[in-house]
Design a protein around this ligand. Structure first.
Ligand code: AMP
Length: 398
């Protein structure tokens, strides 16, 4: 079941004159040394600004990319410090390393209402190993701990879990607070009907969520590439569409369970097929049981769109995770765009999760019309699965 956390928030902290270690999720795409998308930076601002206004010495830490314990210049957080300076309209200092004597001295010289960003935590392999010595070194920089990195809250790393053993108090930032509130309430205390729309390519990573959602939702729509595994196990020919043989057995069980339960399970009734995985491919709309051999399902068809719109119109709470087609290609983005528009027009509570879904909503210009767009991919899935998020569990209870 969904865990409802009741953790201390930054608003419960006394930070005036204190050094506050803030674990943010500033893992943004960098192109040619510039920040290519600043959504995550902007999402971190409310906590940073609050701590600044309250007279804290604000020490920001994050990972960027997967440098696997090596110093990789293209994964430096320096461009993020520059972008954050622009967004905040105040200087953000930069430390060349997240630990060590030079950084300790740099931080010790800061006065209240100064902000510093530490270099990429994952330049040290100890970060992901949750190494106790490394955690201690990070903790030496600060007095108080705030976690606002929802995107990594499902991982017990030094900066999300280990460090909490050495600093007190430990609280959640505004972003984590918001994520817990919207994701938590939408699933644990939803206004009904509760509709979940799941899409994307990988069934394997979402099987846990589907199983969990089957216990909570009124209606579950499965679209995108993962729908074809569910169709194939029902004996429908899916041509060259995605098929995840490892998840086939579970898919079969989910379908059988759905028969026994009150949950309405909606699968595509038609789709847009292509003769290759390419925007310029030949394409056709076909009924779901008429996918030609050698062709692949790339988007949901118009009848399925209408079906989903009906469900969206009735729902009072909607949770959407995963595009219902290959939305990165214009010719196969129609279904995802229609779902995005319909969800945006809903008067109910609308919660989006997953990087691609957030991207799709942003591309289609409807992200601002959702109740909440989660910044976490894996973390929001694990939360929806009802699993403990170590980065949240480690924070102080209220
Ligand atoms: P995931 O990471 O599992 O949420 O998958 C997201 C990706 O699923 C997106 O990049 C989409 O392009 C892809 N996707 C959605 N529908 C399909 C489909 N019918 N066939 C192949 N890929 C798809």
């Amino acid at each position: 079941m969904t865990i409802l956390y009741n953790k201390k928030s930054v608003e419960d902290l006394e930070v005036n004159g204190k050094r506050v270690f803030v674990r943010c999720d500033l893992n943004v795409p960098i192109e040619n040394g510039q920040v290519a998308n600043d959504r995550r930076i902007k999402a971190s601002v409310p906590t940073i600004e609050y701590l600044y206004q309250r007279g804290g010495i604000v020490i920001l830490a994050s990972h960027l990319g997967r440098p696997k314990g090596e110093r990789k210049p293209e994964m430096s957080l320096r461009p993020v410090a520059a972008r954050l300076t622009e967004i905040l309209g105040r200087p953000v200092h930069f430390a060349e390393d997240c630990i060590g004597e030079a950084t300790e001295q740099q931080v010790a010289a800061l006065k209240p209402r100064e902000i510093i960003l530490l270099e990429n935590l994952r330049f040290h392999k100890e970060e992901e190993k949750n190494d106790p010595e490394f955690s201690k070194k990070l903790a030496r920089l600060a007095d108080v701990y705030v976690n606002d990195a929802f995107g990594t809250a499902h991982r017990a790393h030094a900066s999300t879990e280990g460090i909490t053993h050495h600093l007190s108090p430990c609280a959640a930032g505004f972003l984590i607070d918001k994520e817990l509130k919207y994701l938590g309430n939408a699933l644990a205390q939803p206004e009904r009907p509760l509709l979940a729309i799941l899409g994307g390519a990988k069934v394997g990573s979402k099987i846990g969520v589907i199983t969990q959602l089957m216990k909570q939702v009124d209606t579950l729509v499965i679209g995108g590439g993962m729908a074809y595994t569910f169709l194939k196990v029902q004996g429908i020919g899916i041509g060259d569409s995605l098929f995840d043989s490892e998840s086939a057995e579970t898919a079969r069980k989910i379908l059988a369970d759905a028969e026994q339960s009150k949950v309405k399970l909606v699968l595509p009734v038609d789709c847009v097929v292509a003769d290759k995985f390419d925007n310029a491919a030949n394409r056709e709309v076909v009924d779901i049981d008429k996918i030609p051999v050698g062709w692949m399902g790339m988007d949901i068809g118009p009848r399925t769109i209408e079906r989903i719109k009906e469900e969206v119109a009735q729902a009072r709470t909607i949770v959407w995770n995963g595009p219902v087609g290959v939305f990165e290609m214009d010719n196969f983005a129609i279904g995802t765009r229609a779902v995005a528009d319909a969800v945006a027009a809903s008067k109910g509570v609308t919660v989006l999760g997953g990087g691609e879904t957030a991207q799709a909503a942003e591309d289609f210009g409807v992200d601002g019309r959702m109740t909440h767009v989660s910044t976490g991919g894996g973390a929001s899935l694990e939360f929806m699965e009802g699993r403990v998020l170590p980065g949240i569990a480690a924070l102080d209870d209220k």
